[in-house]
Design a binder for this molecule. Structure first.
Ligand code: FES
Length: 252
């Protein structure tokens, strides 16, 4: 459990803020794996602290900062987004398992929709640092809803789908022509229907596939059981066994 100071709060979209955080009197944990998440304490109206799970958007080792991309979804995330530089947030981290690092030379597609693009930025940066060339499949309603495009462009080739055709291909990510190419591994984070559709496409083209589930989470520690997901081995807690699962582990 570490207190972080808000270095910057960049409102990058009507619904999204990028929080840049630096640990207070501490250093970042030595290992934070792409796909892992943090639990952020937020005040609720009853004056107690609840925690919200937010995936790691980037770890900037040079500047000693952690990036969280936060979507305003309710009171807790609205409180986080309203914070100013200099204010503190209390985080438990790192939590969860993280994505499997692919073998060198494999063709990798990282796919994200909505706030699900957040972990793909950090994952893409780490893969590039390891000498791999990941490509991205990103979806949004329109051009203005695409998040952090300039960051993704620095890492690898982008394949974009928008519902209204204002950027990239017209349609949803699962109809993007990138999915007619050959991929060894596809990773996905986004709304459930999107992940299920990507899983179907991955099976169709014979690619291995991992998804990061966004089940409701309260404790993040395997105690409240509100994040349970049925798997081929029975029910498991997404917060402790996941959030990343190979699609072959799921009952989809
Ligand atoms: Fe409480 Fe997973 S969030 S058990």
């Amino acid at each position: 459990i570490i207190d972080f100071e808000i270095v910057e709060n960049r409102h990058i979209h009507a619904l999204y803020s990028l929080l840049v955080l630096r640990p207070v009197n501490a250093t970042l944990p030595e290992e934070i794996l792409p796909g892992q998440f943090v639990e952020v304490a937020v005040d609720n109206s009853a004056g107690t602290f609840l925690r919200r799970p937010i995936s790691v958007n980037n770890v900037d080792r040079e500047n000693g900062t952690l990036w969280l991309l936060v979507r305003r979804a309710g009171d807790g995330t609205a409180t986080m987004i309203s914070k100013r530089p200099g204010e503190l947030l209390n985080l438990v981290l790192p939590l969860g398992n993280g994505f499997t690092i692919p073998a060198p030379g494999q063709r990798i597609l990282l796919s994200g929709g909505g706030v699900g693009v957040a972990p793909m930025l950090y994952f893409g940066r780490e893969l590039k640092r390891l000498g791999m060339n990941p490509e991205f499949l990103l979806g949004a309603r329109s051009k203005n809803d695409l998040l952090q495009i300039e960051e993704f462009e620095k890492i690898g080739k982008l394949h974009i789908s928008t519902d209204d055709g204002s950027a990239g291909e017209h349609g949803i990510v699962t109809t993007n022509s990138a999915l007619s190419e050959k991929w060894d591994r596809i990773y996905c984070c986004g709304p459930l229907p999107m992940m299920k559709a990507i899983a179907r496409e991955a099976r169709r083209i014979g690619a291995d596939c991992e998804v990061s589930l966004e089940n409701m989470m309260a404790c993040g520690l395997g105690a409240c059981l509100c994040c349970v997901e049925p798997t081929v081995k029975g029910n498991v807690c997404v917060c402790t066994e996941g959030p990343v699962f190979n699609i072959n582990q799921l009952t989809w």
